[in-house]
Design a protein around this ligand. Structure first.
Ligand SMILES: [Zn+2]
Length: 157
């Protein structure tokens, strides 16, 4: 039997005789990666699979109604991290909506311009010595016009 390259770790391996079509090596991490990729593909291509997963999750939640409440009370750092992530997602969604409404949709990085700085409310994020702020661009930068002027100057010489 021929050696194959594992798509997860990139190393050569010999497929097991019990499984001649084996595509990933037998390492635990590579088998986990194979399973993860398979699930991702299923979620993207198989609506029945997605529906079944959702039903199974709802059934499990119904059988274990206190699981997440207990987990959150025992893991305050998890709660804090989730709040921060959700807050960032909320502001990103809002920023994306503003960007869609904005005609100049091409800017991807923070560039020079006039910004509004908003300090996010303290009770939501309770980290000390950290400012959590949301920036929204009020006025686009004026640099492209400067570049055009410079180019004209060079041509004139
Ligand atoms: Zn591997």
């Amino acid at each position: 039997m021929e050696h194959r390259e594992c798509p997860a770790c990139g190393k050569l391996f010999l497929p097991r005789s019990q499984n001649p079509t084996q595509t990933y090596c037998s390492k635990k991490s590579c088998q986990r990666e194979r399973r993860r990729r398979w699930q991702q593909l299923k979620r993207e291509t198989d609506q029945d699979y997605v529906d079944n997963q959702a039903r199974a999750q709802q059934a499990w939640s119904a059988r274990n109604p206190d699981y997440w409440r207990t987990y959150r009370s025992q893991n305050p750092q998890y709660v804090d991290d989730n709040r921060t992530k959700q807050l960032v997602r909320n502001y990103q969604n809002r920023a994306n909506m503003i960007a869609k409404m904005d005609a100049s949709n091409s800017r991807k990085v923070l560039s020079s311009g006039l910004y509004r700085l908003i300090l996010l409310p303290d009770p939501v994020i309770a980290k000390k010595n950290v400012w959590n702020v949301f920036l929204s661009l009020l006025q686009p930068p004026k640099f492209p016009q400067v570049a055009v002027i410079a180019k004209r100057g060079r041509v004139a010489k």
